[in-house]
Design a protein around this ligand. Structure first.
Ligand code: BTN
Length: 263
């Protein structure tokens, strides 16, 4: 028996046993004019999608949700929502983890535990026809009971269960995420990106060490020193300081990207 999740009143939950992709459903609803706060939850997805056209394996037991946001922020700021989301996921998962486990945020928007990817975030957005009501669909997949086979990524997929946390139900993680997301979205709308950026940097994976970003025509290596207002990674390299935006990173087909793994 499922015991139904309780969410803050700002959310309107649409729950389904099986969906193709919660992001696909939420995008259709957003295009039809659905309001801010509609949250689509699927217990299982048959066509879950990841970043860069990858699939997102979605058996029952994990959390799959997509949230429609019409935040009233200017379009150039909407990308900051992926950092708002990553911080909210981190704070939602932390209470379920014994202190021995290390939770980190990997640029631009993965959540790692003990170096394995436990959560992927996929933002999809558009302007309405007249450009006045931009929407963002925030898709979040959290590996609770399952994760796919390891890849050759430096951050192979993992799940809460694989880490020994066997008793967490998706409903409870959904509630925790909704509460933390509400908090951080309010902070972001009220105070701007600064508090979100600080909370993200406190948990940043590989901050202060050399990282390599796959850029065309050549990779760039530098010490990861900061995140700027736009969410770009700032690298200090041999040729000076360089911004790297998520859109610039190159993902060879069928290979693991420089900043991401599948789930
Ligand atoms: C990534 O590739 O890291 C992002 C994965 C995002 C997966 C989630 S699961 C819920 C939502 N629906 C989808 O089809 N994708 C996102």
């Amino acid at each position: 028996m499922t015991d139904f999740p309780r969410l803050p009143t700002a959310f309107r939950l649409i729950d389904r046993d099986v969906v193709d992709s919660t992001n696909a459903i939420a995008k259709t609803l957003a295009e039809e004019g659905a309001e801010d706060g509609v949250l689509v939850w699927g217990r299982r997805q048959t066509a879950g999608r990841g970043r860069h056209g990858r699939d997102w394996a979605s058996p029952e037991g994990n959390l799959y949700l997509s949230l429609i946001c019409r935040p009233g922020a200017s379009a150039d700021k909407l990308g900051q929502l992926s950092f708002v989301t990553a911080v909210a996921v981190a704070e939602a998962l932390e209470p379920f983890l014994p202190a021995a486990h290390k939770l980190e945020l990997k640029w631009p928007n993965d959540v790692l535990i003990d170096g394995g990817k436990v959560t992927g975030i996929l933002l999809e957005s558009s302007m309405s026809a007249d450009g006045s009501r931009p929407w963002v669909v925030i898709g979040v997949g959290i590996n609770i009971a399952h994760h796919p086979e390891s890849t050759d990524s430096t951050t192979p997929p993992t799940s809460l269960k694989a880490l020994g946390e066997v008793d967490v139900r998706p409903e409870r993680v959904l509630e925790a995420f909704a509460e933390r997301f509400s908090f951080w979205r309010r902070a972001w709308l009220g105070q701007g990106f600064a508090p979100v950026r600080a909370a993200w940097l406190r948990r940043a994976y590989r901050l202060g060490v050399d990282v390599t970003a796959r850029l065309a025509p050549a990779p760039v290596t530098g010490r990861f020193v900061d995140l700027d207002e736009s969410g770009a990674m700032i690298l200090d390299g041999a040729d000076g300081r360089r911004r790297v935006t998520a859109g610039e990173v190159f993902f060879p087909t069928g290979a693991e990207g420089g900043d991401a793994s599948g789930n």
